[in-house]
Design a protein around this ligand. Structure first.
Ligand code: ZN
Length: 99
């Protein structure tokens, strides 16, 4: 288990496509998130995939500026956060489907 150097949390596996929606535990479908941010990520985005999150981006605008949003994304503005998610999708698409 990898502990955060300053916070009382550890790295955890997030499934880009949720397991309940058939997402596999393969590197292509996994990103590592700190557990504390990961919990809040699911409060905001429930079990939507990253692609679904992008498609519904404006429906999350009630969270922009909130404490929950800042817990996940710090003080970055929503457009920047959206770009980060796009970049993750692009990087993950390039990873092999099977190892
Ligand atoms: Zn997750």
């Amino acid at each position: 288990m990898i502990k955060h150097p300053n916070r009382d949390t550890f790295l955890s596996k997030h499934h880009i496509v949720n397991k309940i929606k058939g997402g596999k535990t393969k590197p292509r479908n996994i990103i590592m998130l700190w557990r504390d941010k990961h919990t809040v990520f699911h409060i905001i985005f429930q079990s939507y995939s990253l692609k679904e999150i992008l498609n519904k981006w404006n429906s999350f605008d009630k969270y922009f500026e909130t404490h929950l949003w800042k817990l996940v994304f710090n003080n970055n503005d929503p457009d920047y956060c959206k770009d980060v998610i796009k970049r993750i999708i692009r990087i993950k698409r390039k990873q092999p489907k099977h190892y």
